[in-house]
Design a protein around this ligand. Structure first.
Ligand SMILES: Nc1nc2c(c(=O)[nH]1)N[C@H]1C(S)=C(S)[C@@H](COP(=O)(O)OP(=O)(O)OC[C@H]3O[C@@H](n4cnc5c(=O)[nH]c(N)nc54)[C@H](O)[C@@H]3O)O[C@H]1N2
Ligand SMILES: Nc1nc2c(c(=O)[nH]1)N[C@H]1C(S)=C(S)[C@@H](COP(=O)(O)OP(=O)(O)OC[C@H]3O[C@@H](n4cnc5c(=O)[nH]c(N)nc54)[C@H](O)[C@@H]3O)O[C@H]1N2
Ligand code: SF4
Ligand SMILES: [Mo]
Length: 730
């Protein structure tokens, strides 16, 4: 007799975490649909969320540990065999070269698994891992460093108070397609529409007239000129006395130094860089400053240029100077589900620039180095050379600059192990590919996202199906590997190293014996003692896993983010936001527009597509049907100058590489800018994806140390000079 069940859970592909209902028949997932009873997504889920059922059931998924064979293929091995061999080889590497030769790259999906994140950090701290890399240096690490400089706390970031704002200045983000990032708000399109419906404004600053920009007001600036635009907005505000002097007196220091540093950036002097009409910039500054409330928000379009940390800094500075920081309708600070920032600031576990990279001398950001230098860390001989690498939930050959360099460096490793759902374009070179569970096969609670939600919410989900095949959760795999090199990420007792997250808990556990802890135990403890916690019954209606289990569709925790919390948020002595740290003033002083090389007259930028998710959903037939192809979007004038017509193949060339893609001509592109999505050009074990064609846009990008942003180690992926030529067929 067959049994069919419907189970509430939530999507963990992107940041709104929409509620889903899974239909499960005899232990197999049959279908996913949107959850009407989720308090915020209310029956919305995008095509990717629904189509995740195809990934769950994909015949190309890796369900058993795979070992690379001499011929370059893979063969199935048992878990014991795989783990024992990995352990033995690791011990050899450690014996010969020390633990400093081990490394880990964790990709974007790891952020959506609390247990993966916890064990990753636990392993890093317990093993003293140095070579840690993540998608963050292609994504958001500049935001963390800007926060460190402004607030003295890397893990603090303001979010736009979408539900109450009168004016949203949105820089380099396209939430109608991305569904919002560093802001967790299901149905974000509706929330943006609501701003204009109630008489407010949404202004989108982007070199492309995006799906979001079309719905609202568009400012089409030149790629990577945001620092100039933001400095000019500040200049106008100060010059015209539009700053909120009272707020600044209460909240900030360094106001005068900032004002002096932006003084030369007038709308006129910056126009040649931004390409914007000075009067338009002046009007924008006035409107922003005079708005009843305003939020300033930037996302990946502001993170991947040459001045990414400065730009992230200026975004918040603009909110502060206009009196919109920590104020209703402005840029506000959410409360963490688990007191990560507080624990970290007390224990000093992870600090900015505690260590520096061997190659390039970059400061670490949240314990990670720029992924752009990973290839050179493998190929550069000397003490500390990276020799054994793990990747989990990542596909860096497609996601970091210069994929070809990385692919060939990976071949030189003594050991390369990957934990993934697929043989992807990176781990096809691995010695072992270990099968991870999907998000439907693990319990979860979204750790970092509550603090980023304008309406704070959370949800706990049990696994919806048992792991298929022999898939295992990452935390367990990490734990098993750690054990084999004598490291215990989360053991209580004598094995917990001093300074580790858990040594402080040692005395609280009966017996204090060494024992393996489960992620659910840990998270329950952290949740209950966190800002929303029940404190073991001391606080009524406080959170615990048990309490959350009674709300399977998710739980709204407050109507909106509490404001007036800046004093608690800021960790700098004196409790003031620092508007003029030395690093930023010197960035402003040194700001120089890149020369235009007539051989590379255009600038390439990124874009996201509704039916792609970075590199990993191109094997889903439901998302790939129709005329989907990898294409560059080019302004018709630029195309005409290059001799290219719509639908034609073109070659895009930078000083670092060349790719061929289809050209799509569109007036949506600002002249001089070319948009190309990342995550295409597959060559892994995913057959549909391989057949989709396309190219790796990151082959155009540089990993030269001088091209990596200094303060946060951000890869330069937007605004890179290119040339476009027709591909002449014989
Ligand atoms: N459908 C879909 N959704 C996704 C993803 C996906 O791959 N597909 N990925 C997820 C991930 S990992 C992330 S981090 C988020 C990202 O979320 P967003 O940042 O909202 O998404 P993007 O579409 O990359 O938007 C960046 C915008 O910046 C613009 N831009 C490029 N260069 C510049 C510049 O120099 N200045 C300015 N002002 N703008 C510029 C681009 O034209 C683009 O419209 O999306 C998430 N959601
Ligand atoms: N040019 C350019 N490059 C970019 C960007 C850009 O805008 N322009 N954006 C950057 C950004 S914001 C990001 S986040 C990165 C993403 O870069 P990465 O994180 O390196 O790569 P993804 O494409 O997200 O690949 C994720 C991998 O995780 C696997 N996976 C999915 N779910 C799970 C899971 O639950 N467990 C495990 N173990 N594996 C899983 C997938 O199969 C896939 O192989 O790309 C960056 N690269
Ligand atoms: S918007 Fe993001 S979280 Fe919501 S269903 Fe789509 S992929 Fe999932
Ligand atoms: Mo990302």
């Amino acid at each position: 007799m067959s049994s069919t069940r419907e189970i509430a859970t939530y999507c963990r592909i992107c940041e709104p975490l929409c509620g889903l209902i899974a239909t499960v028949e005899d232990g197999k997932l049959v279908r996913l649909r949107a959850d009407k009873d989720h308090p915020l997504s209310q029956g919305f889920a995008c095509p990717k969320g629904i189509a995740f059922a195809e990934i769950q059931n994909d015949p190309d998924r890796v369900l058993y540990p795979q070992r690379r064979t001499a011929s370059g293929g893979f063969e199935r091995v048992s878990w014991e065999e795989a783990l024992d061999d990995i352990g033995a080889r690791l011990r050899t590497v450690i014996r010969e070269h020390g633990r400093g030769s081990l490394g880990w790259y964790f990709g974007n999906p790891s952020a959506f698994s609390y247990s993966h994140t916890l064990w990753m950090v636990g392993f890093q701290l317990a093993a003293g891992l140095k070579h840690v890399y993540s998608a963050g240096s292609q994504d958001i690490n500049n935001r963390f460093v800007a926060s460190e400089l402004l607030y003295g706390s890397m893990t603090t970031a303001p979010v736009p108070d979408l539900h109450r704002t009168d004016f949203l200045l949105m820089v380099g983000a396209n939430p109608v397609v991305s569904h919002g990032s560093a802001v967790s708000a299901p149905r974000i399109r509706d929330k943006l529409k609501a701003i204009t419906d109630r008489g407010g404004r949404v202004v989108v600053v982007d070199p492309r007239r995006t799906e979001t920009a079309r719905l609202f007001e568009h400012v089409g600036l030149r790629p990577d000129s945001d620092a100039w635009l933001l400095a000019a907005l500040l200049q106008v505000i100060f010059a015209e006395g539009l700053e909120d002097a009272r707020a600044l007196r209460q909240q900030a220091s360094g106001v005068r130094e900032l004002r002096d540093a932006v003084a030369e950036f007038t709308p006129e002097s910056t126009a040649p860089v931004t390409g914007l009409d000075p009067e338009q910039v002046r009007a924008l500054a006035r409107d922003l400053a005079r708005a009843e409330s305003a939020a300033v928000y930037g996302r990946t379009g502001t993170c991947l240029g040459r001045h990414a940390t400065l730009v992230a800094f200026l975004i918040d500075a603009l909110a502060a100077v206009t009196g919109n920081l920590d104020a209703p309708g402005g840029s506000v600070f959410g409360k963490e589900l688990v007191a990560v920032s507080r624990i970290n600031s007390r224990l000093g576990l992870i600090r900015y620039g505690k260590n520096h990279s061997r190659v390039g001398d970059f400061p670490d950001v949240l314990g990670t180095f720029p992924a752009a230098v990973m290839a050179k860390e493998i190929t550069t001989p000397g003490p500390g050379q990276l020799r054994a690498l793990f990747t989990s939930a990542g596909n860096p050959v497609l996601s970091v600059p210069n994929g070809r360099e990385l692919a060939s460096a990976l071949e030189q490793l003594d050991l390369f192990v990957s934990i993934d759902l697929y043989i992807n374009d990176t781990n096809r070179m691995a010695d072992y590919v270990l099968p991870a569970t999907t998000f439907l096969e693990r319990d979860d609670i979204p750790l970092p996202f509550t603090a980023l939600a304008p309406i704070p919410y959370t949800q706990y989900t049990e696994r919806v199906v048992e792991p298929y095949g022999e898939a295992r959760e990452e935390w367990r795999i990490i734990d098993d590997i750690a054990t084999r090199i004598g490291v215990q990420p989360f053991a209580i007792g004598p094995a917990a190293p001093a300074g580790s997250l858990l040594s402080s808990l040692r005395n609280r556990v009966p017996g204090g014996r060494s024992s393996r802890l489960s992620p659910a135990f840990l998270i329950d403890l952290a949740l209950r003692t966190g800002p929303y916690g029940d404190w073991f019954g001391l606080r009524r209606n406080g959170l615990s896993l048990r309490m959350l289990r009674r709300h399977p569709h998710g739980l709204v925790l407050a109507d909106h983010i509490t404001t007036g919390v800046l004093r608690e948020v800021v960790q700098h002595k004196g409790g003031r936001v620092r508007l003029a740290p030395e690093e930023i003033i010197s960035e402003l002083r040194g700001l120089e527009a890149a020369d235009t090389d007539p051989d590379y007259p255009l600038r390439v930028i990124g874009m996201r597509e509704l039916k792609s998710h970075n590199s990993w959903m191109h094997n889903v037939d439901a998302l790939m049907r129709g005329d989907r192809e990898h294409a560059a979007r080019i302004n018709p004038k630029d195309a005409a100058a290059a001799g290219i017509s719509d639908g034609e193949r073109c070659r895009v060339t930078s000083t670092h590489g060349a790719i061929e893609v289809t050209a799509r001509l569109t007036e949506d592109m600002t002249e001089g800018a070319v948009a190309i999505p990342h995550g295409w050009g597959h060559n892994g074990g995913w057959r549909r994806a391989n057949a989709a064609g396309g190219a790796n846009v990151n082959d155009l990008m540089s990993t030269d140390v001088v091209d990596v942003e200094r303060l946060a180690g951000m890869s330069n992926l937007n605004g890179v000079p290119v040339r476009v030529d027709p591909v002449t067929r014989p």
